[in-house]
Design a protein around this ligand. Structure first.
Ligand SMILES: CC(C)(COP(=O)(O)OP(=O)(O)OC[C@H]1O[C@@H](n2cnc3c(N)ncnc32)[C@H](O)[C@@H]1OP(=O)(O)O)[C@@H](O)C(=O)NCCC(=O)NCCS
Length: 332
């Protein structure tokens, strides 16, 4: 049992893993009645990654984790907590976090998954931060990982063009420094909108049957335009709220890492929170919406692109099914 003497947390390593297979908008033109022009102009997406047959969420998560550990200069056995944000776990149980634990050999970790859809990585980061601050854990592996492509209805053009597969990971450790690292976090939900975005079957409400499969109830369903409006509102609120909690202003943000669902959502958010679009890190053109993996992969790529200079302020902001939303303020 640790005592809570060290009160801050900081990120010391990051990693990512993307499947090799690239599916372009032109490839999709051959599958459903759509066009590269429609997808690009309505969403900003040009291509996305698709897992190979036999590959699972934990495979992507484990590779991203190994890279994060290497970048942090740590061994898997140093990790005492693994939290995975995912809505596409390897199976209903055990948790994907436990499967990752076995694959990377993190034998000293407590492991669990977080189901918060596209907000999953941001939720996981906030939860790991709280558990480290409480003194119970010291070194956490926080992952956002998804294999969404098996859960898409490849005859439904309004959803199948939007999503992709991938994983990102980071190592969060305790630090005596309170003025750097994770400064504040904010989590929100509204279950009254549970029906507008989700995968209806496969759980206890609608267990798998031949009928549920024939009705395509195991695939992602979404009321796109309704989700769009709420996404803009809640992401803006989450940016303002995290700035307030951090004792800062939205305009102090040097790099905003948003959930990568749709470029038009992000343009609307940037305009309303008065942050120039150039300060948003965007990779949705290459990967589409990877749900919980989106912010995790974007954070890794922003770090690799040297967007996090000492003293600069980064905010992660996400929105997803549940509905859920979340934001985290990081000072480097
Ligand atoms: C899905 C989304 C891109 C659709 O864009 P939109 O501008 O709202 O488009 P609409 O849903 O109003 O549909 C407009 C038309 O485009 C059509 N359309 C939908 N998908 C299409 C596609 N891939 N190719 C061509 N046409 C398409 C629709 O059938 C509709 O046609 P109709 O007017 O003849 O009925 C947009 O609503 C969106 O991004 N929503 C949020 C999605 C999201 O963020 N989800 C995850 C949250 S974590």
């Amino acid at each position: 049992m640790h005592t809570p003497t060290e009160t801050g947390t900081k990120i010391v390593g990051m990693g990512m893993c993307l499947p090799e297979k690239v599916l372009t908008n032109f490839d999709l033109e051959k599958i459903v009645e759509t066009s590269d022009e429609w997808i690009r102009t309505r969403t900003g997406i040009q291509e996305r990654r698709i897992i190979a047959k036999g590959q699972a969420t934990s495979d992507l998560a484990s590779e991203a984790s190994k890279q994060a550990l290497k970048n942090a200069g740590l061994k898997a056995s140093d990790i005492d907590l693994i939290v995975v944000g995912t809505i596409t776990p390897d199976m209903l149980f055990p948790s994907t976090a436990c499967v990752v634990q076995r694959k990377i050999g993190a034998e000293n970790a407590a492991c669990f998954d977080i189901s918060a859809a596209c907000s999953g990585f941001t939720y996981a980061l906030s939860i790991a931060d709280g558990l480290i601050r409480s003194g119970q854990y010291r070194k956490a592996l926080v992952i956002g990982a998804e294999a969404l492509s098996p859960f898409l209805d490849w005859t439904e053009r309004s959803t199948c063009v939007l999503f992709g597969d991938g994983a990102g990971a980071c190592i969060l450790v305790s630090t005596p420094q309170k003025e750097k690292g994770i400064i504040a976090s904010y989590l929100g939900s509204d279950g009254t909108y549970a029906d507008i975005l989700g995968i209806p079957a496969g759980g206890s409400a609608i267990p798998p049957t031949h009928e549920s499969i024939d009705a395509r109830l195991h695939t992602l369903k979404m009321e796109g335009s309704e989700v769009f409006k709420i996404a803009v509102r809640t992401m803006c609120d989450a940016v303002f709220e995290i700035a307030k909690r951090a004792g800062m202003k939205a305009t102090d943000i040097d790099c905003l890492i948003p959930h990568q669902a749709n470029l038009r959502i992000l343009q609307a958010v940037a305009e309303r929170v008065e942050i120039p679009l150039e300060k948003l890190f965007l990779n949705l053109q290459r990967y589409g919406n990877m749900s919980a993996a989106s912010t995790a992969v974007a954070m890794y790529e922003a770090w690799e692109a040297k967007k996090f200079t000492p003293g600069s302020n980064t905010v992660l902001v996400a929105f997803g099914g549940g509905l859920t939303w979340a934001s985290v303020w990081i000072k480097w």
